[in-house]
Design a protein around this ligand. Structure first.
Ligand SMILES: NC(=O)c1ccc[n+]([C@@H]2O[C@H](COP(=O)([O-])OP(=O)(O)OC[C@H]3O[C@@H](n4cnc5c(N)ncnc54)[C@H](O)[C@@H]3O)[C@@H](O)[C@H]2O)c1
Ligand SMILES: [Zn+2]
Length: 364
């Protein structure tokens, strides 16, 4: 059942995010409502295909759509130009016409790659995002950023391509490994810190239920996060202004991920740790009061993150922080909390303080 509809307001590119539970039987009818024509290409990875491909296929076929499926291996290394090209080849061989729709059924990797394919195949075809990880449901499926990695940097090649709609079914999370739930929680907590003090309070009182994937609680959280992201994206589609606040926790987070060669920890885990370090910077610079700082840290410390950071070197983390494309040609930029639910952008953090903040998370 569809529980809530949240709209991303972008003029003629506006679209709804449908959130709810066990919604698969409504999928094809909603596709029809959005004027999606019969030819559909479902892009999915093997893990997701194992559990979630058949019900969607059956629903589409039952409503006379003609879906074809492209199944990928799972993992970040699929997000490459090479992989995009093999998908183009498959689509061209199958003579997929311009009026087709790509359905990205999977986590952020599939969403970004399939979205990139949709943005560029024959100069762009329709896209529907069906996110299946908590991270992709609250973050990557919303906002139209699509792309692939380059050997010289993550997400360096891409486009903005808004979907026709986003389909967020809490049911998909039932098969998600617990570590992936924690990663999604990293982005969830970010929304509380940057924009939604009420959500933050809810997370404090419902953390265990979220990690156990209690459907009612998770649906509420998904809808709140989607509302925050939709509002920010609506104000700044192409990331030339306020959209930067979505990077709270990410400046140091990216440094940690890169220094760990993207193996030591996952993105959401790095964001959680990055948020501790960046909140510490905010407190030391007297932007954030000690009580709010303690609340942020206490909540993150309750999350069972299992990463061993002792092998990381501070110098490597700091030099990696500058590699993110948001910093190319500019100073290191931080999105620091000034209270729970509000942040500001700061680009003159003293290097010594950055170092001290990183020491703090490495010690624990
Ligand atoms: N476009 C954006 O705005 C944006 C924002 C944030 C992150 N991202 C990108 O998202 C990617 C990370 O996404 P992610 O965290 O979803 O990772 P992911 O897509 O790699 O999925 C994580 C793992 O979970 C598996 N999986 C997915 N759904 C499942 C399900 N329902 N049941 C069982 N297993 C399932 C996948 O096969 C994979 O092994 C990164 O590439 C990142 O750059 C993009
Ligand atoms: Zn992120």
């Amino acid at each position: 059942m569809i529980h809530r509809q949240i709209d991303v307001a972008l003029g003629e590119r506006s679209y709804p995010i449908y959130t709810g539970a066990d919604m698969v039987s409504s999928f094809a009818p909603i596709c029809r409502q959005h004027g999606i024509s019969d030819s559909i290409v479902i892009i999915i990875d093997r893990n997701v295909a194992l559990y979630h491909l058949q019900p969607l296929l059956r629903n589409l076929q039952h409503h006379k759509f003609q879906p074809t499926t492209i199944i990928l291996s799972s993992g970040e290394n699929q997000k490459s130009l090479h992989r995009a090209n093999t998908i183009f080849t498959e689509m061209l061989k199958k003579r997929i016409p311009r009026n087709s729709t790509v359905i990205a059924l999977g986590g952020g990797v599939v969403g970004d790659l399939a979205g990139f394919v949709a943005a560029t195949y024959q100069r762009g075809i329709k896209l529907v995002q069906v996110p299946t990880t908590l991270l992709s449901q609250v973050d990557s499926s919303i906002g139209g950023k699509v792309g692939v990695n380059h050997p010289l940097g993550k997400n360096m090649i891409g486009a903005f391509h808004q979907p026709a709609f986003v389909w967020t079914d809490v049911y998909y999370l039932k098969t998600l490994p617990p570590r992936e739930v924690i990663c999604g929680f990293g982005e969830v907590l970010k929304y509380g810190v940057i924009r939604d003090a009420e959500l933050f309070g809810f997370l404090e009182s419902h953390l265990e239920k979220i990690l156990r994937l209690d459907a009612e609680v998770v649906m509420y959280v998904q809808a709140q996060c989607a509302t925050v992201k939709a509002e920010i994206v609506s104000q700044d589609e192409k990331e030339s202004g306020i959209r930067i606040i979505l990077n709270c926790g990410h400046t140091i987070g990216h440094g940690l991920e890169f220094a760990g060669h993207y193996k030591l920890m996952k993105h959401g885990e790095a964001v959680l740790l990055g948020m501790i370090a960046e909140s510490f910077i905010a407190k030391e610079m007297k932007f954030l009061d000690a009580d709010s700082y303690e609340r942020i840290v206490a909540l993150i410390r309750r999350v069972p993150i299992k990463t061993k950071l002792s092998s990381l070197k501070i110098a490597n983390i700091v030099s990696a922080m500058g590699r993110d494309k948001k910093h190319v040609g500019t100073k290191l930029r931080f999105v620091l909390p000034i209270k729970i639910g509000e942040v500001k952008v700061v680009d003159d953090v003293p290097p010594k303080l950055i170092q001290k903040a990183i020491e703090k998370i490495l010690k624990k």
